[in-house]
Design a protein around this ligand. Structure first.
Ligand code: ATP
Length: 632
């Protein structure tokens, strides 16, 4: 059991037993989770598993958390498995003696190489029972596999996978293959992991803890995780200090990207003024590029992270070259929140997002760069060893301006105006659009102006240039199904089923069918891509109505940005069911495809509660305009 009051001297007590728990125990947990759709049951299953690890095999907790999330390291370390199907089919064939074509045929039918591997292996007679696999062995081998590069790397990977497969039994085969493929997808998100982890640590210390104590512990863990989203740091600290003292021990650290703060959409400028009435606020240009968190570590090295916490340092060698020019002596270590935009150095002007999206993503060489970029900084989150998250935005902005230098075409501060009237804001909005920006971000300056990692906060409002038409903002939805094309679309999909993400219940809820906004080549590309993600039927965490089933179902892997005319209550779609109407969902009317959002994972899609908010916002506005009409 853990001791909340243990002093740092007790630090090395990380592992009680040298034996690692069986991989089967983890797989049975994953299977139990996969077999239920009930969130509370899932949390209980996971909590009990974590308590077992805390009490019996502490060193297996960190690997188990990663494996449950289909990861082997924090996202920013970029160590990924994602072994191609061809390699895995080869390994399954070698171990089971079945032909590659027979395995492929089964995969076509079942849509899941994991299941095919499990049934192929179970029908195989074994000469002897292999030694059971431990969580430690599997995790270590996975990391070794991910790190193999260079000559003969495929053969070396297949050998390692074979050695694991030979030792696998029962459902271990299925989960081993799925994790290797990067397709675990049992509907388990970070939220469940954090809830269960917090609950497990509280209960392991005090099995009789009250629901309030548990909630408090879970909240502490979630807020620490927002500042320092790394299980590598947090899990050892949980063992050493317990949940309640975690925030004293784990702090924001340059080198570990924070989950970015997000904004609420607005549909009118009067809404902005109503929201911030009496409070000082500021308007900034909303640059249309790619979010970038720039970190300078204590050792002076620089790292750039994406909105999704991926390491983008190698993608922007040009920014890396510019950084020394923009830092003053006052900025030893820091974290800046900024937007990278495409920039025309000759005309000295910002270029639209479409230009940035043509820039190469990998293996970028400074000499070959075609699309130049400039960095627009809008927040300072950490400076010289100190977190600034709870400092007022006015102070953070002052510190940002004092400690960094503008270098034309390379680095600038987000343009701002501390406007007060609708007219001023409207002019500033028009200017932002003329300068190729998306609109404005309106932010509180003093009261309620702390930086809230990962939160879609009402202290940041976004006003987009086309806020007067459509639903005020585009939405980002996940493609979960498709309908076969007819007429000139035969051979491609002609329409797609989209879903938003319910982050409370961790499920995807259908919201509309879409067939507009695609060029013919778009449709071809979507068809080719999505054909690699067909599944035989809907996942247990898809919520849909029987009268809106697609011809083909997909794994939730891709996010699309969509615009729509408005939202309506629908008996056919499930988005936000229970939030606005007790039994009906919300659907988008006249949806139009805008672009693929590669910077968002499916769990970052627009949430059901955001959809419900957009619906309510629209209802308020419709009512207001009706009242205006009445007055006339
Ligand atoms: P979208 O970018 O489509 O509006 P999103 O969900 O990615 O949606 P939002 O919270 O809606 O993000 O909008 C904030 C985004 O706007 C930030 O992620 C950032 O990339 C970008 N941005 C541009 N300029 C600013 C600024 N001045 N302040 C904050 N964010 C800005």
């Amino acid at each position: 059991k853990i001791d909340e009051d243990s002093a740092p001297a007790a630090k090395m007590s990380f592992s009680v037993s040298s034996d690692s728990m069986q991989f089967m125990t983890l797989c049975e947990t994953l299977e139990a989770i996969e077999n239920t759709t009930k969130r509370l049951v899932i949390n209980d299953i996971l909590t009990n598993f974590f308590i077992k690890l805390i009490n019996e095999s502490q060193k297996d907790l960190l690997p188990s958390v990663y494996l449950s999330l289909n990861q082997i390291a924090p996202t920013f370390e970029g160590i990924e498995l994602g072994i191609g199907e061809t390699v895995l089919v080869k390994a399954v064939s070698a171990v089971t003696g079945r032909s590659i074509s027979a395995i492929r045929n089964d995969v076509k039918e079942l849509g899941d190489l994991g299941k095919v591997a499990q049934s192929s292996k179970s029908s195989q007679k074994m000469m002897y029972t292999p030694k059971s696999l431990s969580i430690h062995t599997v995790f270590k081998t996975f990391r070794d596999i991910a790190l193999i590069t260079g000559k003969d790397s495929v053969t070396k990977k297949v050998d390692k996978i074979r050695s694991l497969l030979v030792a696998c039994q029962g459902c271990e085969v299925k989960y081993l293959i799925r994790i290797l493929e990067g397709k675990l997808r049992i509907g388990l998100a970070e939220r469940s992991i954090l809830t269960s982890l917090g609950t497990a640590f509280i209960k392991a210390k005090n099995p009789k803890a009250s629901p309030e104590e548990i909630d408090e512990g879970v909240e502490t863990l979630k807020s620490v995780f927002n500042e320092i989203p790394s299980y590598d740091q947090i899990i050892p600290a949980l063992f050493d200090y317990g949940v309640n003292k975690l925030s004293e021990r784990c702090h924001m650290t340059p080198g570990i990207p924070l989950k970015p703060m997000l904004a609420h959409p607005t549909k009118s400028l009067t809404e902005v003024l109503d929201r911030f009435e009496g409070k000082p606020f500021t308007c900034e240009y909303k640059y249309d590029g790619e979010r970038a968190q720039v970190h300078r570590l204590a050792d002076g090295s620089i790292k750039i992270f994406s909105r999704n916490s991926e390491d983008m340092t190698d993608k922007y060698p040009d920014i890396m070259e510019h950084i020394p020019e923009i830092i003053t002596d006052g900025a030893q270590s820091f974290v800046i929140d900024a937007e990278v935009v495409a920039f025309d150095r000759l005309k000295n002007s910002i270029l639209p997002f479409q230009v940035l999206s043509t820039r190469k993503r990998k293996d970028v060489n400074t000499a070959n760069i075609q699309v130049q970029v400039s960095l627009y900084a809008f927040d300072l989150l950490f400076l010289n060893g100190k977190s600034l998250l709870t400092t007022t935005f006015r102070e953070r902005r002052d510190l940002l301006h004092q400690n960094f230098r503008v270098v034309e075409g390379k680095f600038a501060f987000a343009k701002y105006m501390d406007a007060q009237t609708t007219e001023d804001i409207q002019y500033f909005l028009d200017d932002s659009v003329k300068e190729n920006c998306e609109g404005l971000m309106v932010k509180t300056l003093v009261e309620e102006s702390s930086y809230e990692p990962s939160k879609r906060s009402r202290n940041w409002l976004k006003v987009k240039k086309d806020y007067v038409s459509g639903i005020g903002d585009s939405v980002d939805l996940v493609v979960i199904g498709a309908y076969h094309g007819k007429g000139k679309r035969v051979g491609n999909y002609g329409g797609f089923l989209l879903a938003c993400y319910d982050d409370q219940n961790e499920e995807y809820q259908t919201i509309c069918k879409i067939g507009t906004g695609f060029s013919d080549s778009d449709l071809g590309e979507h068809t080719t891509f999505l054909n690699n993600h067909i599944i035989p039927g809907p996942k247990s965490y898809y919520s849909y109505a029987d009268n809106a089933k697609p011809d083909v179902w997909f794994d939730a892997v891709q996010v699309w940005e969509i615009k729509a005319a408005d939202l309506s209550i629908s008996p056919v779609y499930r988005a936000g069911v229970g939030l606005v109407d007790s039994s009906k969902g919300i659907s988008l009317r006249f949806p139009r495809f805008i672009r693929i959002r590669n910077d968002k994972s499916p769990e970052n899609a627009t949430t059901s509660s955001q959809i419900a908010n957009l619906y309510q916002m629209q209802a308020v506005i419709n009512n207001n305009s009706k009242n205006d009409d009445d007055l006339e």
